[in-house]
Write a protein that binds this ligand. Sequence first.
Ligand code: HEC
Ligand code: HEC
Ligand code: HEC
Length: 116
Amino acid sequence: MIRHASGAVRAALAVGVLLAAGPALAGSKLQKLPTDYVFPRGDGSPGPVMFSHESHVDAAKPSCTTCHPREFRVLEAGRTASREPIRHDRMQAGAACGACHGKTAFGFDSCDMCHK
Ligand code: HEC
Ligand code: HEC
Ligand code: HEC
């Protein structure tokens, strides 16, 4: 219960930071997006997966809260909300990249869309 509450407090703080950054970001050209990130490879991963903020954030209407902090941490590069590595069973259940991929964005059938 205590762990849970402190998690919620941390999440609320992170959202506060992002919301406060919102108007400033909207007026800028988003030059401060994190650089492309390559995830560490789990067992049997067919190739490195890169995540690009540039291709996921609409510069005209930046929305950080679609992913942060519910799916991914902002203060630790490459970290999911649970701190667990990204795995397909969790993505198929809607976590991490699976919040969109397999639903509103391309799914997991073509491995080389993500694994290079
Ligand atoms: C489509 C989902 C998505 C959106 C939208 C998104 N992010 Fe991220 N973010 C991620 C993922 C995935 C990671 C983990 C990979 C990484 O560390 O770059 C991450 C990591 C980060 C990190 C930590 C990486 C580092 O280098 O310190 C910061 C800071 C961050 N995001 C800021 C933002 C901001 C600011 C916005 C809005 C302008 C934003 N993100 C929008 C998915 C997203
Ligand atoms: C908030 C929704 C959302 C999340 C979360 C998300 N994506 Fe995407 N992603 C999209 C959309 C929308 C596109 C555009 C293509 C499409 O519509 O199918 C896209 C495109 C991509 C592309 C092709 C463009 C490029 O950058 O090369 C890759 C690769 C990709 N996503 C990987 C990932 C990975 C890996 C994660 C998790 C770390 C992730 N995405 C999380 C919505 C999302
Ligand atoms: C939408 C992006 C995306 C697509 C498409 C995708 N993966 Fe992944 N996959 C990831 C991410 C992100 C990871 C975590 C980083 C890593 O382990 O390389 C991952 C990890 C893995 C892992 C190791 C962890 C686990 O779940 O066992 C395997 C194995 C894997 N993928 C196989 C595949 C195969 C096979 C395909 C095609 C049938 C595929 N992936 C398609 C994003 C994707």
